[in-house]
Design a binder for this molecule. Structure first.
Ligand code: HEC
Ligand code: HEC
Length: 310
């Protein structure tokens, strides 16, 4: 906040006040009778095609309106901020007005979120009322990137399935949201060359059960083991510690066409999940983690059932 006595503050104050007093002066000046002027209600002697101009003064009430607006303006500038760095005697500001509203809402909902924060994420995910609030929070804060249903779109991962770049355990989801995530896939075009990109891309393409020329796949597999396995794993199922995605499950963040895979390999990718800690606070993030967890509940249960069968 600049002080009232700083240059720009005084600059604005002087111009604002000078304008107001110039208005007063202008009104008084136009009221004054000037030498040689026709008397009130007399014709000025101007005539156009039979129309004569009379020297009628402004109606009194109109004149008073001008004075009233000027007085109003001055009172306003005393009460509210308007004169440079002067804050107004009421201490009102857009920020305090907004903060008051936020505080009122926060006072009402904070105990509820605090109560939810006591519950474990899986328990909360089964709590209907909490999940309705979670859905609203998700719609306001997350849907722009991840889609209203969490299904994602190109460049923004699907978080409604049970395929996790950074891990699907409750604490991992919570951490993804609280602190954000930044996956770095280095561009490999230089290291691989065009032919190398073609081979390794054909191999990655084939991993999700799609056909690709056998000789390219064979050479691509070797290159993958040398260059990619350190992050994506030798089975290409990914590594949640560094956010390297599973390349075998047919779920793609950047697209699974041969062209999209080639671009990922050649140029690299850098997804960024913004940290929500300072924006939403821990209690809301806890509730959102439960909501995200709930989106993949069916898939989780199926996976658990499959494991039990084995
Ligand atoms: C500006 C866009 C953006 C917004 C807003 C956003 N996200 Fe993300 N989110 C991303 C991106 C991009 C990634 C992938 C990060 C990476 O590539 O490492 C991601 C990753 C995630 C992950 C990890 C997914 C995994 O597979 O491990 C979770 C969980 C998540 N977001 C939840 C949320 C929630 C909940 C919100 C709302 C509070 C949210 N995101 C808001 C862009 C966004
Ligand atoms: C340093 C670790 C690292 C290495 C080495 C690496 N990757 Fe990645 N890769 C990642 C990460 C992390 C991501 C996710 C990027 C993001 O979140 O934006 C990724 C993303 C990808 C994607 C996009 C997946 C999708 O869902 O759209 C493909 C394809 C891919 N990598 C293939 C490869 C291939 C092929 C190689 C070897 C030539 C390779 N990667 C080497 C870390 C790595």
């Amino acid at each position: 906040m600049s002080s009232f006595w700083s240059f720009w503050s005084l600059w604005i104050t002087i111009i604002a006040l000078a304008n107001i007093f110039a208005c007063v002066w202008l009104i008084r000046w136009t009221e004054k009778k000037r030498p040689g002027e026709a008397a009130s209600h007399e014709t000025t002697g101007h005539e156009w095609d039979g129309l004569q101009e009379y020297n009628n003064p402004m109606p009194r009430w109109w004149l008073w309106l001008f004075y009233i607006t000027i007085v109003f303006g001055l009172i306003y500038l005393v009460l509210y901020p308007g004169l440079g760095g002067f804050k107004g005697v009421l201490g009102w500001s857009q920020y305090t007005a907004w903060q008051e509203e936020v505080d009122t809402v926060e006072e009402r909902v904070a105990p509820l979120f605090a109560q939810y924060a006591e519950m474990s994420i899986p328990d909360l995910a089964a709590h209907d009322e909490a999940m309705q609030t979670g859905r609203r929070l998700f719609g306001n804060n997350c849907a722009v990137c991840h889609g209203a249903d969490g299904g994602g779109r190109i460049g923004f991962p699907n978080i409604a399935n049970n395929d996790w770049q950074w891990g699907g355990e409750p604490e991992q989801i919570y951490k993804s949201i609280l602190d954000g995530r930044a996956g770095v896939m280095p561009g490999m075009g230089r290291a691989l060359g065009e032919q190398g990109v073609t081979e390794v891309s054909a191999y990655v393409f084939s991993l999700s059960g799609r056909g690709a020329p056998e000789d390219l796949v064979t050479r691509g597999r070797e290159r993958f083991q040398a260059l990619c396995a350190s992050c994506h794993g030798s089975d290409a199922r990914g590594n949640t510690a560094m956010g390297a995605p599973n390349l075998t499950d047919g779920n793609w963040t950047y697209g699974g066409s041969l062209e999209a895979i080639r671009t990922s390999v050649r140029d690299g990718r850098r997804g960024r999940m913004p940290a929500q800690k300072d924006l939403l606070g821990e209690d809301r993030v806890h509730l959102l983690a439960a909501y995200v967890y709930s989106l993949s509940m069916d898939e989780r249960e199926n996976a658990a059932a499959d494991n039990a069968d084995e």
